[in-house]
Every structure is written in C-alpha cells, then in structure tokens.
Design a protein around this ligand. Structure first.
Ligand code: AMP
Ligand code: MG
Length: 582
C-alpha cells in the first residue's frame, strides 16, 4: 500500500521558515520513498518497536532533543546541498540536524531492512536510530565527484539527509535511538576523511550535541556510564543496503523486493547508464535488475580495493552495513592499520573469530554479494545461474585489481613479484602502514651496502620498537623484520631498474597519487574525542582541517598528525579495541 498521496499530518515539531538554510526547503524532491510501499500502520503507529511487514519504510518524526548545540560542520559536505558559510554557522543548522526543527514540507521516515550479522541471518533490523529527513537536490558535481558518491546524474545530484541518533523508530528493537558523542564524532571525522582520500563513502555534514545524557556500557563489562548524546547528519544519494533486499526476500514479499530494486535501478543507476549511451529503456525490468547486480558487484569490488589501499578496517561488514551504491557506510568500531597486521580487527565482538579482519574484507564482501544474489535471484533475468557467473568472476577480478593497486602503491607501472609480495613483507614486521608507503617517494635507491643503510635510516621513523607493539606481535618481530629488509633490497633493485628505464617522474607521480600522507588513525580521532568530552572542540576542528587534503606535503600543524601510534594508544579502548556500543 502506497502512502504517497496522503497529506502529511501536522508535524509535532517547529518548522523553520521557508527562507531558512538558503531556501533549501524549495529543493526538496519526492525522494526514495516515491514508488515504495509505506508501513500501513503509518505515523499513528508511532515509534513503537514492531515487525514491519509488506513495507519498505515507516513515517516517523524525530524525538526532539532538549538542548541542541552544533559542535562541528563540514563545509565540504555542506556544499553538496548548496549550503554556504552563513548557513553552516547560523542557529538553524543545529536545530534542523538534531531533529529539533523541520524544513517546510518534510516528512521523515525510517527504512526497513534485515541482514546477515557475523554470518547468521538476523531478521529485521532497520533504521533503529537513523531517520531520513528527506531528499534535496544539490548543485551539479564533476563526473569524478559524482562517481565517488554514487551519484547517478552529475547534473542533478539528489541527497538523502539522514540523522543518526535522532530517537526511536519502529526498528529500534530495545535500543534508545540515541547515539553518543564519541562514536558520532568518529563517524564525522572518518566519513569526511574517506571522501578526501578519494574513497567512496556516505558523507557527514554535522555533529550536534543533544544536551541529553545517554547510558552506555562501552566495554560490555556491566559498568554503564552516562555519556553525552549527539546526532550526526549523513548524506548519500541513497542509503540502500544489501539487507534492504534480503529482508523482503526472506519473507517472500516479492512485491516489496521488486519495488526496491526497480526504484534503485531508476534512481541510482539508470541515469548513468543513459548518459553512457546504454539503451536501458528498451530492457525488461528483469534484465535491468540483473545489470543492477553486476554493477553493485563491480562497485563493491572497487570499494574493497580502496579500503586495501588506505588501510581501513570496517570491522562490521554485516550485510545490513553493505551499501548497494558501493559506499563505505555505517562507521562503527572501524579502525586503521597502524603497524601492518593483516589479521587485525579492532572490534572486540569479533576478537575470537576475526571474521572482519583487514585481510579478509574482500572475501567478506564477496560473501555479502552472494547473500544479495540469493535474495534477488527470482527477480532477475537469468536467475541464480546468471548471478552466480558474476560471483564466480568476482574474486579473480578482485585479485587482478589488487595486484594493479599494489604495483601503484610501490610506484611500479605494472605488477611485479616485489609488488605482489609487499603486504606479506610488511605483515607483522612492525611497520606503520601510512608512514611506510608515504616514505617510499623519497626512499634512497642506491645500490650496495651504502644504499641499504641509507634505506634503513630513511625508514627508521616508520618502524615500531618491540615495546610499542602489542605483546602478541613481539614474538616473531625479529624474523619478520629480517624478511622485510630482504624484500626491500629486491624492491629497491626493481625500482632502480624502472627509474633507469622511464625516469623518476612516473614513479613519483604514482606514489604520490596512491599513498596518502595522513589517514584518520584511531589514536588521532581518540585525541579529538577525549578533548571534546572535556568540552574542548579545537582538536576536532584541527583534525578535520588537516584531513581535508591528505595527499599534500606535510607542513605546519599537519606534520604533527603523521606519526606512529603513541604508547598510550596501544591498549587504549577507542584505539586498539572498540565495541559496537555507540
Ligand atoms: P549497527 O550496529 O549500528 O549497524 O546497528 C544494528 C541495528 O541496530 C540497526 O538496525 C540499528 O538501527 C539498530 N540500533 C543500533 N543501536 C541502536 C540504538 N541505540 N537505538 C536503536 N536502534 C539501534
Ligand atoms: Mg548498521
């Protein structure tokens, strides 16, 4: 049953004047919900936790926060909605993006999805504490920026504006619908850093303190504490997850699943297909859905290559946290490699199995795609056999792409044995991922013993002393380090030969474009969290500023962010270990 035509009931919240936020209300479009079945219980059902059947979403108002205060806003994300400095600094933004006031005509909703969590089907999950305020059309983007955001038509980007932590919804299960400052701050910093790094991601526009205390037990040890509450606002063309399709398919609600697929095809994919001159309009719905899956697979592949490139560990790659647009979504207990350990994950809930460890992310993505294929097979042309073909080609294609990536990461024009070996050479050798790859640009390449000594001296700042490493990684350090030096000499020889052949320029350009000088390592963000919890926001603002240009030379304040993980962060919750409590 579609609720589209029903007049919106009067909101139980104040509405901002039409000219607020640069007149953004006038840029509203009907958005994701258009053409999708609404929860028939409707707004009358309120936010009561329930199973929502036969629907893709539920209308629900934000829960008004007591004392919203804007803590930080991303000017780069604001520009996506056409918001300038004046709008980002005024009072209205914090009210709007905390759920204290609505834009004219807005009718917020929470979406219904399920998912496989740590390999097991978890049933209905849904936007338990996320709430979409609506969709707005933003100014045109370059083709490159459109691709980075999964925007289908660069001339007419449409953004869903979603709040995380704006209160309970029908999907809250036993949760309070709120979010805490530390995790919301982490989402803001990491989303914006990912974008600056050139990794597809949902964006974060703002961080607003709610003025409310939220009870959490972050260590899961029965010692809950009252934490400051916050709301983060995120933007994406669509927050469609694999689990949005899996849930109706699991219930045999094929009408809902088909509607979701067709809306996604039409909104998120077909405009780009048309721009590329592909005659999609002559195709059957079933054929378009099969192509949709092929494209979701290709985008997921690109995302995995990018996570490998920058050393990002998502840590909760459940199918409810995998984006159909190929975006990094749901920043929870994520982490960044400090000393390279391919088996690392910071998520304490996954400590035993390490299902979502850095080195296994591509396999987990592939598994998630197989769940998605299973869900939509009855709706797609060619059914399971055709989708299986895509899945079977996926890992070999990932491996080819990874091999090309690793070549670029060490500056080669094409894969060689030394580039294929680089991650294994670094694994467990006590080398800082970000610092090491950034240091390759100026690595001395001279031959012989003098060259080797110069290389060791050049890399000294990237190496962790045994006492700077977790105890488990100290045992094999000496052997690993020796292996690293052996690899480095083979690598330097190959790099020397390449430079002799093509000059130093191409190598330098490849290294510079592939390896960032700065990434939002957990310890950096934790420093900003600690300060923010004390009421000092300047470290957060400085970090956000430094991460806007992660490939630029490290001058001034930015240089202070490019360092090895400090000793205090080694065992610190929030750095080496994180939970899903947020
Ligand atoms: P996450 O671990 O954040 O991906 O959340 C898994 C599911 O639990 C999602 O459906 C969330 O919306 C829901 N959820 C997580 N935390 C809360 C909360 N505090 N209140 C309501 N729902 C929540
Ligand atoms: Mg999630």
């Amino acid at each position: 049953m579609s609720d589209d035509a029903a007049p919106a009931p009067a909101p139980p919240l104040p509405t901002l004047p039409p000219e607020a936020l640069g007149g953004l209300a006038a840029h509203a479009e009907r958005g994701w919900v258009e053409g999708l079945p609404a929860d028939p219980v409707g707004a009358e059902g309120g936010r009561r936790s329930r199973e929502v059947r036969g629907a893709a979403y539920s209308w629900v108002w934000p829960e008004r926060p007591p004392a919203p205060r804007l803590l930080a806003a991303s000017a780069d994300a604001g520009a996506l909605l056409g918001l300038g400095a004046e709008e980002l600094e005024g009072e209205d933004l914090g009210r709007w993006l905390s759920g204290a006031a609505l834009l004219r005509g807005a009718r917020p909703y929470a979406t219904c999805y399920g998912g496989h969590q740590f390999g097991a089907w978890a049933g209905q999950l849904g936007d338990g504490r996320a709430l979409c305020l609506g969709s707005y059309e933003g100014p045109p983007l370059s083709a490159a920026q459109a691709a980075l955001h999964g925007v289908a038509d660069p001339a007419r980007p449409r953004w869903e504006v979603q709040l995380k932590g704006a209160g309970r919804t029908p999907y809250s299960r036993r949760g309070d619908g709120r979010a805490v400052l530390r995790s919301s701050l982490r989402e803001l910093v990491c989303s914006e850093a990912m974008w600056a790094l050139g990794v597809p991601t949902t964006r974060a526009l703002s961080l607003v303190a709610t003025g409310e205390r939220v009870w959490r037990d972050p260590l899961y040890d029965g010692r809950p504490r009252a934490e400051p509450g916050a709301v983060v606002c995120r933007l994406a063309p669509s927050f469609l997850r694999f689990g949005h399709l899996e849930l109706p398919a699991s219930r045999g609600e094929w009408g809902v699943a088909a509607a979701l697929l067709d809306v996604s095809v039409e909104r998120d994919f077909a405009p780009a297909w048309r721009l590329a001159g592909e005659g999609v309009d002559a195709l059957s719905a079933e054929e378009r859905r099969a192509r949709w899956f092929e494209e979701v697979s290709a985008r997921t592949l690109r995302l995995m290559v990018e996570w490998t490139r920058v050393g990002f560990v998502h840590a909760v790659m459940n199918t409810d946290n995998l984006s159909a647009l190929g975006l990094t979504v749901d920043y929870g207990p994520y982490g960044w490699l400090d000393d390279v350990d391919l088996s690392w994950t910071p998520n304490t809930s996954d400590a035993a199995e390490r299902r979502y460890r850095f080195g296994a992310q591509p396999l987990c993505a592939r598994w998630g795609l197989s769940r998605l294929a299973h869900a939509i097979a009855p709706l797609a042309a060619g059914g399971a056999p055709r989708l299986s073909e895509t899945l079977e080609a996926w890992l070999p294609a990932y491996e080819r792409a990874e091999s090309a990536l690793l070549a670029r990461k060490v500056g080669f024009g094409a894969p060689r044995a030394e580039s294929a070996e680089v991650l294994r050479a670094l694994d467990g050798a006590g080398v800082d991922m970000t610092l090491f790859f950034a240091a390759l640009r100026a690595l001395p390449l001279d031959e012989g013993a003098g060259g080797a000594a110069a290389r060791a001296a050049h890399l000294a700042g990237c190496l962790y002393a045994p006492e700077e490493l977790p105890a488990a990684r100290r045992k094999r350090l000496a052997a690993r380090r020796e292996g690293l030096w052996a690899w480095l000499e083979r690598y330097a020889g190959a790099a020397r030969a390449e430079v002799a052949r093509e000059g130093a320029g191409p190598r330098d350009a490849r290294l510079g474009a592939t390896n960032p000088a700065l990434t939002p390592r957990n310890f950096l963000t934790q420093e900003a969290v600690d300060a923010a919890e004390r009421g000092d926001l300047s470290p957060l603002w400085a970090l956000l500023e430094a991460l806007r240009d992660p490939y630029a030379p490290l001058t001034g304040r930015r240089a202070s962010f490019a360092r090895r993980r400090p000793a205090w962060a080694l065992e610190r919750f929030g750095c080496s270990a994180l939970s899903c409590s947020s």
